[in-house]
Write a protein that binds this ligand. Structure first.
Ligand SMILES: Cc1cc2nc3c(=O)[nH]c(=O)nc-3n(C[C@H](O)[C@H](O)[C@H](O)COP(=O)(O)OP(=O)(O)OC[C@H]3O[C@@H](n4cnc5c(N)ncnc54)[C@H](O)[C@@H]3O)c2cc1C
Length: 473
C-alpha cells in the first residue's frame, strides 16, 4: 500500500507525488495538521483558514478517485516522523510519496522520517513539484548556485527553450479499497480552531478549489497578460493574476501556469509580447527565491544573505513600528498598503516594495520585524518569497537593491497612483482630497483639519540617516 502525503500541494491535478504514488499501487492519502507549529512559523490566520477550506475540497476530490484520506493532528513537527511512521505500521504502508518542502525544518523532518522508515524496510520518495526545475539543478559554469537573478533567469530561459516542463497526466480512479474501518479524524474547520476570528469574513474574497484557481489563471492569460507589462505596477488596477495564495498553497502548480502562458504557442517557448515575458520573469523571481532558500539555508534562519549587514544598527522604535503596522504613518501610500494587508490578507507588489523600503530605510527598523508582520498577515505568506522580498528592499539580500537607491514613497505614489484612487480606497479620511494633495496632505498647509496623522518621518533626513547607517558597516 502507498501513502500519498499532501503538504503544501492540496490538489489532484498535475501533482508529482500523487501521480507517482498511483503508478506504484493502491493509495491512501495523508494530511498532517499542526496548528501549534503553524503559530510558531507565524502563519497568518487567513492563510490557515484558506488551507483548511481547501482541505475540505481535497477530501471531496479524493473521494471521486476512491482514495481514502487520513487526517492526523500532530501539534509539533518534531513529533511528525514518529507519528507518521506509526501510521505506516498500522496501515501496512510500504512507501510514502510526497513533494519536497524546502525549509530547513521541513527537510530535517523528512530526513528523520526516512531513517525510521529505512529501519523497517519502507521508503520515503520525494519529488520536485514546487519549482519548475529541481532545486540544486540550476548551476553556473563553476557548478555553483547563482546569486544574481539575471544570470539565473538566462539559464532558466535556455532550459525552457529546450522544452517546457510538462504537466502530469490525469489520475485514474482506483479500485475501492474497502477500508471502512479506516480511522479518519474529520477535517477541523477554522471556526473550531479560532472561534469568531475576523479572517472568517474574508472567505468570500478568497474562494478555494482547484477549479477556481484554474479559472483565475485562464482569465488572466486570456484578458490581462497582454497588458501586464504596462499595468502591473498600478495598485488601483486589477491587473495582476492574484494567484499567489493559490500557488503558495499548491491549489495550482507552477507547470500549469507555464503551460497556460505558452498555450497560444502550442506549448513552445516562444515569447510573443512583453506582457508574456514580464509575467514569465515574475514566475522566475519566485523560482529564484525558492532555489536561494534551498542553496543558502541561512536565509531561513533569520540571517541576512550579505553577512556584513548583520552589523547595521537598526533602530529600536516600537511606536514607529506600531504606526507602520496599523497604517498610521502619515504617508498615505504606505498607510494604504498596510491597511489593504490588514483588510484583505494581500498587498499589491509595488506597495509591498514601498512599505518595506519605508520600514527598513526611512524608519531604519530591522527587516526581520517587517518580514514577521507580513507573514502573520499575508494569505500568500511564503518563506522564500517573503524573505527574498524583504531582503531585496532592505539591501541585505542576494541581488538586492543598492542601499543608496531609496524609494521616495511620495514620488512612488505620484507615479503609480497618480489620481490617488488606491489611497482613496484604503485611507477614506483622505478621500475628499484632490489628486495632488492626496499624496502628501500636509505638504502645503500644516493646519489642514484632517483626521489623519502627520508623517512620522522626515523623508529627506531619514534617507540620509539610512545611507549613513549602511556606509558605516
Ligand atoms: C516585501 C515583499 C514581501 C513579499 N512576500 C511574498 C510572499 O510572502 N509570498 C508571495 O507569494 N510573494 C511575495 N512577494 C512577491 C509579490 O509581491 C507577490 O508574489 C505578488 O504581489 C502576488 O501577486 P500576484 O499573484 O497578482 O502576482 P503576479 O504579478 O500575477 O505574478 C505571478 C506570480 O509570480 C510570483 N511572483 C511575482 N512577483 C514575485 C516576486 N517579486 N518574488 C517572488 N515571486 C513573485 C508569485 O507567485 C505570483 O503569484 C513579496 C514581495 C515583497 C516586495
Amino acid at each position: 500500500m502507498q501513502f500519498i502525503w499532501f503538504r503544501q500541494d492540496l490538489r489532484i491535478h498535475d501533482h508529482a507525488a500523487l501521480w507517482h504514488a498511483t503508478q506504484a499501487g493502491p493509495c491512501i492519502a495523508l494530511v498532517v495538521i499542526s496548528p501549534e507549529q503553524w503559530a510558531l512559523h507565524n502563519d497568518a490566520a487567513v492563510k490557515i483558514d484558506f488551507y483548511l477550506r481547501q482541505l475540505q475540497a481535497l477530501k471531496t476530490q479524493l473521494k471521486t478517485l476512491n482514495i481514502p484520506l487520513v487526517i492526523r493532528h500532530i501539534p509539533f513537527w518534531k513529533d511528525i516522523p514518529q507519528g507518521v511512521f506509526q501510521l505506516t505500521q498500522q496501515l501496512n504502508i510500504n512507501c510514502i510519496h510526497a513533494n519536497i518542502e524546502l525549509g530547513v525544518n521541513e527537510l530535517k523532518r523528512d530526513a528523520q522520517l526516512q531513517k525510521f522508515l529505512e529501519k523497517d524496510n519502507k521508503s520515503l520518495e520525494l519529488y520536485h513539484d514546487r519549482t519548475l526545475f529541481p532545486v540544486g539543478s540550476i548551476r553556473n559554469k563553476s557548478h555553483q548556485p547563482y546569486q544574481v537573478f539575471s544570470a539565473f533567469k538566462k539559464n532558466c530561459y535556455e532550459r525552457l527553450s529546450v522544452s517546457l516542463p510538462q504537466c502530469y497526466p490525469q489520475i485514474e480512479v482506483q479500485a475501492d479499497l474497502q477500508l471502512d474501518s479506516l480511522e479518519d479524524e474529520s477535517v477541523c474547520t477554522f471556526a473550531e480552531l479560532y472561534p469568531d476570528h475576523p479572517s472568517i469574513k474574508l472567505q468570500d474574497r478568497w474562494p478555494v478549489s482547484e477549479e477556481y484557481a484554474l479559472t483565475l489563471l485562464d482569465d488572466f492569460i486570456n484578458d490581462k497578460v497582454i497588458h501586464y507589462e504596462k499595468e502591473r505596477d498600478f495598485p488601483h488596477l486589477d491587473s495582476t493574476s492574484q494567484l499567489s495564495p493559490y500557488l503558495n498553497l499548491g491549489m495550482i502548480s507552477i507547470r500549469q501556469c507555464i503551460q497556460a502562458l505558452f498555450r497560444r504557442q502550442h506549448g513552445h517557448f516562444h515569447i510573443e509580447h512583453l506582457g508574456q515575458q514580464t509575467w514569465l520573469d515574475e514566475l522566475l523571481w519566485r523560482e529564484f527565491y525558492q532555489h536561494i532558500l534551498f542553496d543558502f539555508p541561512q536565509v531561513s534562519k533569520h540571517q541576512p544573505f550579505k553577512v556584513d549587514t548583520q552589523k547595521i544598527q537598526w533602530r529600536d522604535a516600537p511606536k514607529d513600528l506600531t504606526a507602520w503596522q496599523q497604517g498610521q504613518t502619515g504617508i498615505p501610500i504606505v498607510d494604504a498598503g498596510m491597511r489593504q494587508l490588514l483588510a484583505t490578507g494581500w498587498m499589491h507588489n509595488r506597495v509591498r516594495m514601498i512599505t518595506a523600503m519605508f520600514l527598513t530605510k526611512n524608519l531604519l527598523i530591522d527587516w526581520r520585524l517587517g518580514e514577521q508582520w507580513f507573514m502573520q498577515h499575508l494569505i500568500d505568506g511564503d518563506l522564500a518569497a517573503n524573505n527574498g522580498g524583504w531582503q531585496w528592499c532592505a539591501s541585505t539580500g542576494t541581488d538586492s537593491v543598492p542601499y543608496f537607491r531609496i524609494f521616495n514613497p511620495i514620488s512612488q505614489s505620484q507615479k503609480f497612483d497618480t489620481n490617488g484612487d488606491y489611497i482613496r480606497q484604503w485611507v477614506p479620511e483622505l478621500a475628499h482630497l484632490d489628486a495632488k494633495a492626496i499624496h502628501e496632505p500636509y505638504a502645503k498647509n500644516l493646519n489642514l483639519a484632517l483626521n489623519y496623522p502627520q508623517p512620522i518621518a522626515d523623508l529627506k533626513q531619514t534617507r540620509i540617516r539610512a545611507i549613513e547607517a549602511f556606509k558605516s558597516i
